[in-house]
Design a protein around this ligand. Sequence first.
Ligand SMILES: Nc1ncnc2c1ncn2[C@@H]1O[C@H](COP(=O)(O)OP(=O)(O)OP(=O)(O)O)[C@@H](O)[C@H]1O
Ligand SMILES: [Mg+2]
Length: 277
Amino acid sequence: MQMNDQAKARLGGMMKTWDRRKKITSNLNRINSRIAVYSGKGGVGKTTIAVNLAVALAQLGNKVGLLDADIDCPNADKLMGVLQRPRYVDGVLHPAERAGVKTISMASVQENEEEAIIWRGPMITNAINQFLEMTEWGDLDFLVVDLPPGTSDSPLTIMQTLQLNGFVVVTTPQDLAVLDAKRSINMIKKMNIEILGVVENMAGDIFGKGGGERLAKDLDVAFLGRIELSKEFASFGADLAVLKHDKARKRYQAIAEGVISRLAEVTPAHEISTVPS
Ligand SMILES: Nc1ncnc2c1ncn2[C@@H]1O[C@H](COP(=O)(O)OP(=O)(O)OP(=O)(O)O)[C@@H](O)[C@H]1O
Ligand SMILES: [Mg+2]
């Protein structure tokens, strides 16, 4: 029987999708743990925590990548202080590296950084898939993913596409922020992804202190640490906190150690892949 053109095209499309999935799976298989930093509320310090956590993990001797999955408002590369753009050679995207962290952000492939991009569901999946397909991360111990805020389509789609191993939830100490964080944690629980713990950010005289720790206790998840509201913990770019300030380095490294030990607890032994280090 002869295949008509329509059937041939459909088959071609299916094979392309299949090839793409295979490539993504083989790329993801070279990454031991994919962890996302998330909060229901915007502006609580996800990107700050994600970037410093990624560098702290590298300082502890791990191979680390950072994926800025906030494709509406990408800024992780700026906070990280990555100066070069990724190299794009023969269809492969080679991330730029700083402080031992390979970083990919939509901003680094955007022509004009002030341009707003409006993404809709399938486009988000497509963009993230394309990043996952094209990026040559090599073998990584950790991929830290900086997520956009909220419980809308975009973070949900990204969470599913990335096949995450666990979440770090960021909250500020105030009651209202904690309530939002509680909502996010409950959403994550519904998706059956592990919560590695809570980081309380911006603690101090202005927003108070202790909300994140109480939340962790309430929901029976780990409390990973507290970061004060201060320039020392939030300096970025050339002066990235974890690289420039001893106190910040110690604190972010303690959070990184907490993440590592929680991951070991929640990952069944047979699923710990053996990425050569
Ligand atoms: N501990 C801190 N002390 C002082 N400033 C901080 C601290 N954490 C974050 N900031 C500042 O607060 C602002 C928001 O932080 P950041 O961009 O990390 O938040 P976000 O949750 O990623 O925001 P968005 O939801 O828009 O992605 C930034 O200007 C950042 O420098
Ligand atoms: Mg952010």
